[in-house]
Design a protein around this ligand. Sequence first.
Ligand code: FES
Length: 161
Amino acid sequence: MSLDDLYRQVIMDHYQHPRNRGHLEDASVAVALHNPSCGDELLLELAVKDGRVQEARFTGRGCSISMASASMLTEAVRGKPVAEALKMAENFRQMLQGGPAPENLGDLASLQGVVKFPMRIKCALLAWDALEKGLSQAGEKACPARNEVQNEENDGRPGSK
Ligand code: FES
């Protein structure tokens, strides 16, 4: 079996048997995004506590690449410190821009072939965009004072409201 065939099998397995599909009762943040090029939607729910992604679940509808990527994401980030999850998102994004596949990506490495299909890159990144947005929101909730400081810093600057 070629590596391409193996990767295709991994993607289809996550698509047909998605991991962590469903809702979280104790979600800290929920991020709904859609892919503007096709209208497909994804809702990512995260339970973030003590600087760690305790749980991650998703729902939505989309192509095999987007749903498999979301399934792999939830497996990859569960239990990880927020900083590590964000680093993983950065590594994944770099891989889809043609960079090397980092060793610690696990099943996510199966999506590196997407780089050859620019229209599908958005599909693969949909869940990761939601992750980055969700972790940013979780950080803001955990430290609201940081936002107040940032808002004060913006006061008086050209272009600030
Ligand atoms: Fe819609 Fe992939 S075609 S997310």
